[in-house]
Design a protein around this ligand. Structure first.
Ligand code: DNO
Length: 389
């Protein structure tokens, strides 16, 4: 009987990426996940530019399996200003991606910042380095560096006190480094300053979760119709972390968040990027149950693990370690694929900076060896599960 395995993909940031396509070949992935990071947010991805990247990928024998991401312009998320024009541009990019034969597009709807961490080199017991999120450091950034109005309201008394104490111990350099980490953004894309960040936060001052949710549905309704027409699947990435930060609303964090827009925009193109690391950073998310609930809506998978503590902080654990039951999650994902008789692309998401990579400049979370370890472990897990199905 033919078994459907997950398609093994790898995120590549283009020619600037210290991990080359040749390296990726040795890791054993067959699909590439990439984006045109040089195109400013909101602008059209032309067929020419897409084809140029596609040719680079194919020349090395890979398939460009997933676009991650076409960033959603802030005016679409806030539904202000020139948003209609930006939605039209987004639709053109979708049509162009489809014309170039790439089947899946990932995006997210996180206001202002993409993924947020407070340390990019949190030391593990074995000397490798992980990405880390800590509430006390986030509060220090928010209150003492960014100086956001009423920031105090976003934290418990306990965190406020700890932040005040810890702040006193931080040097100028440490504070600067913390700001750089929180506002890190996507490699190869424009960095923002605290002034710009404050401006952006202002745009959301009257947007609560309900309003943001409706803005998301409005956008999804528009783009799903186009995606369906041209045969592309959409995959919305969850909020990372999956709870409100910096006073911003979050609407892609929980099972009910997803169910809301999947039911409302009931279009076959409207789907999910199931990121276990993002969703797993909240103890309230039951990941195997969510996989079952989303089923055929899952168009792309990120596999990664996290270890949470009682305060709600978390670090990125080994792919098969941490709080996510990777066996149960991958099993559910494989059952869906046997039922639908198709392979869903997955990538090993993030990895520890380890071994030789500790001496190199790497993209945080995206060094080669840690992801290679993750991919290898998941590949073995998958083989074991499939053998028993
Ligand atoms: C972080 C990534 C995210 C993701 C986007 C998708 O490492 O998983 O940046 O690519 O949020 O739009």
């Amino acid at each position: 009987m033919k078994m459907f395995k997950m398609e093994q993909t790898w995120r590549w940031y283009g020619n600037e990426d210290p991990v080359s396509l040749q390296d990726i070949k040795q890791a054993g992935a067959t699909g590439i996940v990439t984006a045109l990071h040089h195109i400013p947010h909101g602008e059209i991805w032309t067929v020419d530019e897409i084809n140029k990247r596609k040719a680079e990928v194919e020349k090395e024998g890979f398939t460009w399996s997933v676009v991650e991401s076409i960033t959603v312009h802030e005016s679409i998320k806030t539904r202000t200003g020139d948003y209609k024009n930006y939605i039209e541009k987004y639709k053109t990019s979708i049509r162009n991606v489809a014309a170039c034969g790439i089947p899946v597009i990932t995006y997210n709807f996180m206001p202002v910042n993409d993924w947020t961490r407070t340390s990019l080199n949190y030391k593990m017991h074995d000397g490798s380095l992980a990405l880390y999120f800590n509430w006390i450091d986030l509060a220090i950034f928010d209150i003492y560096i960014l100086k956001r109005k009423n920031a105090d309201n976003s934290y418990s008394k306990d965190i406020l006190q700890k932040a005040e104490d810890r702040f006193k111990t931080y040097s100028e350099e440490q504070l600067e480094a913390l700001a750089g980490v929180v506002m890190f953004g996507i490699p190869g894309e424009k960095k923002i300053s605290t002034t710009e960040m404050l401006q952006k936060l202002e745009w959301y001052k009257d947007i609560d979760a309900a309003a943001l949710r409706e803005n998301l549905c409005f956008f999804q309704n528009e783009i799903s119709a186009v995606a369906e027409e041209c045969g592309v699947k959409l995959a919305i990435h969850p909020d990372d972390p999956p709870f409100p930060i910096l006073g911003l609303p979050r609407v892609v964090s929980t099972q009910s968040d997803y169910e809301y827009f999947l039911n409302k925009i009931d279009n076959p193109a409207n789907g999910v990027c199931f990121c276990t690391g993002s969703l797993g950073a909240s103890g309230n998310n039951d990941l195997p149950v969510m996989v079952k609930a989303f089923g055929e809506k899952i168009n792309f998978i990120h596999l990664r693990n996290v270890k949470r503590d009682v305060e709600g902080n978390f670090y990125e654990a080994d792919h098969l370690g941490g709080d996510n039951d990777m066996y149960a999650i991958v099993k559910e994902l494989l059952l869906i694929q046997q039922r639908l008789k198709k392979s869903i692309p997955f990538r090993p998401d993030h990895g520890h900076q380890m071994l030789d990579d500790l001496k190199k400049v790497t993209n945080p979370g995206y060094s080669a060896i840690g992801r290679l370890r993750g991919l290898a472990e998941i590949r073995g897990l998958e083989m074991g599960i499939l053998g028993g199905l």
